[in-house]
Ligand binder design. Sequence first.
Ligand code: KG4
Ligand code: ZN
Length: 346
Amino acid sequence: MRVLGIETSCDETGVAVYDSGTGAVTARLFSQVALHAEYGGVVPEIASRDHVIRLVPLIRETCAAAGLDLHALDAVAYTAGPGLIGALLVGAAVGRSLAYALGVPSIAVHHMEGHLLAPLLEPDPPDFPFLALLVSGGHTQLVRVQAVGEYTILGESQDDAVGEAFDKLGKALGLGYPGGPEVERLAASGNPGRFRFPRPMTQRGGLDFSFSGLKTHAMTALARHADEPGVRADIARAFLDAIVDTLAIKCRRALDQTGLTRLVVAGGVSANRRLRSRLAETASACAAQVYFPRLEFCTDNGAMIAYAGFRRLAQGAGSPSDLSFQVRARWPLAELTAPDAAGSDI
Ligand code: KG4
Ligand code: ZN
């Protein structure tokens, strides 16, 4: 079965074809980062308009790269939320129309379910159940994943998401957007001993997170030491260390509490190399296995949507092809359900 995946929830136009027979993925991405750079963050209207321009050519290009005619597609999956409403509408309108024209089913995919399942595209994928740490620009969640669609949120951020905290600190440090990769780069030359920032919410029990105080702490240190040499790199380093430590402590706690032996890490921040190596150590200390997406499938991409669409289709999801559709700017992951239950589609 060949499923086309379309991702347009934010500032990346992502398209991919997943072939369930061979496991092959052909993915193409157009990143809007340069378009938003001068504003220091994503401008929703610019994002929507650019998806309109890029999406159809990118679908053609992806199918050509996969050696497929559009008529060889068996289904079309698109991100239906959460995300920027105008950006989502572009992917949904094109996805639904294409499915209608081809006479194949379309699947409305939850963006975070896409992230969560992305590591299953790798060789030697995890079996269910597993613990998932989802770390993106909008979400920081620990989730017990019993099966596709059976998600229990064990903990989540009470304020900023990790990626958001990286982006805000990056801006304060005068770095480009998105801040995460830039802070990681700057931190590499930082002195780890100069500042020590708090590991928020690790002293009390529980699996929730809070990163806004840590971000403020880093910004206050920056203001106070602004003129000292090397301070930007040292702050980036202390911030990264605090984030990585905090996530590792919570993952360890969640593995201990649940008795799960598999840890899946996904979402844009899972591209962070320090986080990857630290969580690999944490998992092995708990006799658990850790699973990550390959680097290009950590941040937003079409492959994860094609794959999640395929898994949902295999469970019986997929609307008959009419031209009505809905998208949701907000859509809690916990509202998703497993097969048979109503509401797994939106
Ligand atoms: O999953 P994603 O592409 O989009 C959302 O669903 O939000 O995640 C984007 C987030 C941004 O906040 C970005 O700064 C962060 O992921 N990010 C990173 C790294 N690469 C991307 N954060 C830390 N280290 C990285 N290497
Ligand atoms: Zn994402």
